[in-house]
Design a protein around this ligand. Structure first.
Ligand SMILES: [Zn+2]
Length: 283
């Protein structure tokens, strides 16, 4: 077979898994293989990530922001010029003041964009940059149209990047003091200095409110100084880790509060052991 007929080698995975991007939406998010689909205005150059009204959009990597508010089709959007050289587009950001799709919000700080964000702002991976919505020609379907342009060139399919991206529990907060995180969920394994929960809601202090999320696993460290409710001691402080498949423990619902910690990427992503229990009680 001649070389000219050879099928091109598939592109390398985006990062080989070593340095995945941060998933650009926090909370409920579904996406499909819709890159390259024919659309009314031409080829679809990104993935549409279906989400909920005003869900946080976060920076896929460290980079610099350019706001863009004058496209009738894109609505409120922004560019993130990543430190790696990749450019990301965030399109159809929120323009509603209420969940009734009122379109009264304009592309303003606190509505479409994170407060204080300007063209030229430098952001950290995972930092809140915008709120998702349905501006432009997305009217009626809350989603983030997300594009990835490696080397600031032509668009690539975001899907493999999204598949391996780090999913955050809450946005990274590079400039604020340590945060305390509250989580509610069901114990899935415990002992040996850890407790693993299927978390269904969380709250970040200072300032946050309880947020319900699709259940996700979170492994918390349990240091010796943790305050464990008496009724949970046998379960949580077992010297060896046990997976809780037995009926006895299956529905043990708890609420845990963490030791204050800076909201770094590892903490915001809920990496195993990045958060430590300060106190835990039945929830
Ligand atoms: Zn789209």
């Amino acid at each position: 077979m001649s070389a000219s007929l050879a099928v091109p080698e598939p592109a390398d995975p985006p990062s080989g898994g070593k340095n995945p991007i941060v998933f650009p939406v926090v909370g409920a998010a579904r996406y499909f293989d819709d890159w390259g689909d024919p659309r009314g205005q031409g080829r679809h150059a990104g993935n549409d990530i279906l989400t909920t009204w005003r869900s946080p959009a976060v920076a896929a990597e460290d980079g610099k922001i350019r706001l863009w508010t004058t496209s009738s089709r894109a609505g409120c959007m922004l560019y993130l010029y990543g430190a790696s050289g990749t450019t990301y587009l965030y399109v159809h950001l929120n323009n509603d003041l209420t969940a009734k799709r009122d379109n009264r919000g304009t592309c303003a700080p606190g509505v479409a964009y994170a407060n204080g964000l300007k063209t030229g702002s430098r952001v950290k991976a995972g930092q809140l940059i915008a709120y998702n919505g349905d501006s432009g020609d997305a009217e009626g379907t809350y989603h983030l149209h997300f594009e990835i342009h490696p080397n600031d060139g032509v668009d690539a399919n975001p899907r493999p990047y999204l598949n391996e991206a780090r999913r955050l529990l809450f946005p990274v907060q590079p400039l604020v003091k340590p945060v305390t995180v509250g989580v509610k969920g069901t114990v899935t394994s415990a002992g040996g200095g850890i407790v693993e929960l299927a978390v269904t809601s969380y709250r970040v202090w200072p300032g946050g409110t309880w947020v319900t999320i699709p259940a996700r696993t979170l492994e918390l460290a349990v240091p010796v100084e943790s305050v464990v409710d008496e009724s949970l001691v046998d379960l949580i402080l077992s010297p060896t880790r046990r997976t809780l498949s037995s009926r006895k423990w299956k529905a043990t619902k708890v609420v845990a509060f963490t030791i204050p910690t800076p909201a770094t990427l590892a903490v915001s992503a809920g990496e195993p052991g990045a958060l430590s229990v300060d106190r835990i009680r039945p929830g």
